[in-house]
Ligand binder design. Structure first.
Ligand code: SF4
Ligand code: MG
Length: 320
């Protein structure tokens, strides 16, 4: 399939200000020179520990956060150069689903008001038309119509996530960033919401960027996976290769922390030393070298290039 999105050398840096004149003394490189593409109808998952920049990357691609460098090509047009009217149109085609649906849903609005609001924002549409579309969408996400006049607090966490999915999908977006959409939910409910997201993707031919700290969650839904660390992409390949033959020591460590369903399959666990370094003050050389069990002399000074080492398998590590 053709790429729907091409992300080229994207950077989102935040200034660190200091002193009485609040001068910029350094930058947090939250997204640091990242390039990859997302194919049409694909589910691309971004994984990594919290603070690795995956949410910032997702928001930068949607221009919810403004990138400080690089390009985001959507249908071959750089959205970072969009005029405000082009940007308004883009807002119909791209959506974000959050981790905590409660904080993103206005508690004073009923389900019907919440789900219809994007329609009134983007189209001149009659109340009857909107109601009909809302009814259809509620049915698709599995919310009983007789609950449409209720308020968010009257629903469970899983149902609130269904409400926010209905709100995000009512405009039939082409591209959805789902940022930890099931992390706040019980495991049994997680599976239902993931299944719903997959059904909707199929039905509307949508493309997903799925963000998660949990490799278990993305295993069954992703076509490809990208692993991030301190604002950089460390490894990227198809889902089977990530789980069957992870090349980057960081990916290997993340995977060894995932409990195995088959105890006979038990591999040696790699225990990561220390915490994630501060993104404001990343180590020299390989950003992972302070925690890497395979670190070599050169890793402390020379930053490895992110390169294709096998077909469609990219990794940033001096071992390859
Ligand atoms: Fe480890 Fe060196 Fe590879 Fe970095 S470049 S992941 S420190 S072996
Ligand atoms: Mg996050």
């Amino acid at each position: 399939a053709d790429p729907l999105l091409k992300i080229e050398e994207l950077e989102t840096f935040f200034p660190i200000k200091s002193g009485i004149f609040k001068r910029t003394v350094a930058h947090v490189k939250a997204v640091n020179n990242i390039s990859f593409d997302i194919k049409e109808k694909e589910t691309f998952s971004l994984v990594g520990e919290s603070g690795c920049g995956k949410s910032t990357l997702g928001r930068s691609i949607l221009r919810i956060l403004e990138p400080t460098g690089g390009k985001v090509l959507f249908h071959n047009k750089n959205i970072l150069n969009y005029s405000s009217s082009e940007l308004r149109k883009l807002r119909r085609d791209v959506q974000l689903v959050f981790q905590d649906p409660y904080s993103s849903l206005n508690p004073r609005m009923s389900v019907r008001e919440l789900v219809s609001e994007p329609l009134f924002t983007h189209f001149s549409i009659s109340k009857e038309e909107a109601n009909q579309q809302v009814d259809e969408m509620l049915e698709k996400v599995g919310l009983p119509l007789e609950q449409a006049e209720r308020y968010p607090h009257q629903f469970s966490g899983g149902q609130r996530q269904r409400i926010s999915i209905a709100r995000a999908f009512i405009l039939k977006p082409k591209f959805v960033v789902a940022d930890e959409p099931v992390s706040a939910l019980d495991v049994s409910i997680q599976a239902q919401i993931l299944k719903l997201l997959m059904q909707l993707q199929e039905e509307f031919n949508m493309t997903y960027l799925f963000i998660s700290h949990d490799l278990n969650v993305v295993k069954h839904i992703s076509d490809r996976v990208g692993v991030m660390y301190l604002g950089k992409m460390m490894e990227m390949t198809d889902t089977d290769s990530i789980y069957e033959e992870p090349l980057h020591p960081y990916t290997q460590a993340l995977l060894s922390a995932v409990p195995k369903s088959d105890p006979l399959e038990e591999k040696e666990r790699v225990i990561l030393k220390g915490d994630v370094p501060s993104p404001a003050n990343p180590p020299s050389g390989c950003p992972f070298h302070k925690r890497c069990p395979k670190a070599m002399e050169e890793c402390t000074t020379i930053e490895p290039e992110f390169k294709e080492v096998k077909e469609n398998h990219y990794v940033a590590c001096h071992l390859y």
